[in-house]
Design a protein around this ligand. Structure first.
Ligand SMILES: Cc1ncc(C[n+]2csc(CCOP(=O)(O)OP(=O)(O)O)c2C)c(N)n1
Length: 278
């Protein structure tokens, strides 16, 4: 498939994912739209291009692993999984229901290929480091991806894991930081400043790549570079929280609030027309 066709396909998938996210969170009347919508483009690239996986064989031993550390944005992952064939998209409407496999914070016991339960922030990277080390010890070629939020980098455990990845030479580990500059109660730089984030990773001997989280050509290129890294690699993906919906974009207030009926209607209309172009 040529690059233009691929980009068109990935954009289309991301738009479907965004609509799913909004419908799921509306139906559950609870959830986290901003981070999920902001990462829809990255998840489209991961599930429909980048990862080696077999949706119909979720326990395939050589599959690439994806640890979602910031578990609260899981609607983006559930939609990408459903749309790539892990389960029927009808199941998406069970988000956050008692007994559903699609819990508000993912449960790996319930849903194959979720790889790890998450929700308690600051733990996923340590889990991913363990998985990447296991791959090395088992002489396996699969890669371990870890999606994490910028808010999680407030936590010391993240930096221990970053150090460990260098110590063990984990060139099979690709971390994607959702750099959306927001967390639950405001902007990251006001609450717990992280900059210069690139230099901090570099100081821990990581390969640091930066990309827009929404430009598909840039994302494809940055993943290509990441695949050839001889060190643990982080992609700092600059994303717009709430991306695609004009009244959610850039607003931390949408971190954890569901849309009401009118808001859902307007958001879906915007996405039908290709999403906010702000
Ligand atoms: C260890 C832990 N502390 C607190 C929380 C509560 N919490 C849930 S989301 C969140 C904000 C984290 O910021 P970020 O992940 O950057 O959020 P987003 O970008 O999705 O807005 C907090 C503090 C948690 N889930 N886990």
């Amino acid at each position: 498939m040529d690059r233009d066709t691929l980009v068109k396909k990935l954009k289309k998938k991301a738009n479907i994912i965004r609509k799913d996210i909004l419908k799921m969170i509306f139906k559950a009347n609870s959830g986290h739209p901003a981070g999920a919508l902001g990462m829809a483009d990255v998840f489209s690239v991961l599930y429909f291009h980048e990862m080696e996986h077999e949706p119909r064989n979720p326990y395939w031993i050589d599959r690439d692993r994806l640890v979602l550390s910031n578990g609260h944005i899981c609607p983006v992952r559930y939609s990408a999984m459903a749309r790539s064939g892990y389960f029927h998209p009808h199941e998406l409407k069970t988000l956050r229901r008692l007994g559903s496999r699609l819990q508000g914070h993912p449960s790996y016991v319930d849903l194959p290929a979720v790889e790890s339960s998450s929700g308690s922030l600051g733990q996923g990277l340590s889990i991913a480091v363990g998985m990447a080390l296991a791959a090395k010890l088992d002489k396996k070629d699969y890669k371990v991806y870890c999606v994490m939020s910028d808010g999680e980098l407030d936590e010391g455990s993240s930096w221990e894991a970053i150090n460990a990845a260098h110590k063990f030479g984990l060139d099979n580990l690709i971390v994607i930081v959702d750099r959306n500059f927001i967390q639950i109660s405001g902007e990251t730089e006001g609450i717990w400043p992280l900059e210069p984030l690139d230099k901090k990773f570099e100081a821990h001997n990581w390969n640091v790549l930066k990309s827009s989280g929404h430009d598909f050509n840039e994302l494809l290129e940055v993943f290509e570079t990441a695949n050839n890294s001889d060190k643990p690699v982080v992609i700092i993906a600059k994303t717009v929280p709430g991306k695609g919906v004009s009244f959610m974009e850039g607003r931390f207030e949408w971190h954890g609030r569901p849309p009401n009926k009118e808001e859902l209607k307007q958001a879906l209309l915007e996405l039908k027309n290709g999403g906010s172009q702000k």
